[in-house]
Design a protein around this ligand. Sequence first.
Ligand SMILES: N[C@@H](CCC(=O)N[C@@H](CS)C(=O)NCC(=O)O)C(=O)O
Length: 205
Amino acid sequence: MIQLCTWDTPNGKKVSIMLEEIGVPYEVHAVNLKQNDQMKPEYLAINPNNKIPAIVDTDGPGGKPFTLFESGAILMYLAEKSGKFWPQDMRKRYEVIQWLMFQMGGVGPMFGQANYFFRLQEKVPYAIERFRKEALRLYNVLDKELGQREYLAGEYSIADIATYPWVWRHEVHQVKLEEFPNVKRWFDANAARPAVKRGMAVPTI
Ligand SMILES: N[C@@H](CCC(=O)N[C@@H](CS)C(=O)NCC(=O)O)C(=O)O
């Protein structure tokens, strides 16, 4: 059984989508970020970095409980454990890892900063411009790639699972998907997957 500590944000939804895709039983523990639940000592014992998501696999490696934080690491763990979305071929596997890292190091942090500065009451024009430009640059990279391949690493993988919940927020970071037709085609294909629909509905608040 996987215990999933999560909240209603893109990084949390990556993991619930993955758990739905691989079809393993899991229990959801809502960590209410609005009430600072992530700062409670019992949660810090699971993730000392006070962020969601985190998992506890009660049947981890060696049959012992295993705790893991950082959404990219969790996706890789679940992919390796289930053997799904984790190509055996080394080239293909590293293409998946490459696009996963692109999400973890680029898409997530930059879209996150764009959201933050767009919503901030005190307007900081330099920051708004910087992160708007960077978000658009990343959308262009995605659009070019997805013009050549159906999914980010060719076949549907944890790279798509990691990226979709961030693109799902395109309206918040003021991007019109129609201007990125290949991203839109890919976005609609992800959105149509039953496991993605179920995963995006987690947690119920
Ligand atoms: N690199 C981390 C980022 C996680 C993250 O930023 N989580 C946010 C929600 S999307 C959070 O828990 N924020 C609460 C806080 O910063 O106190 C991951 O991918 O797991």
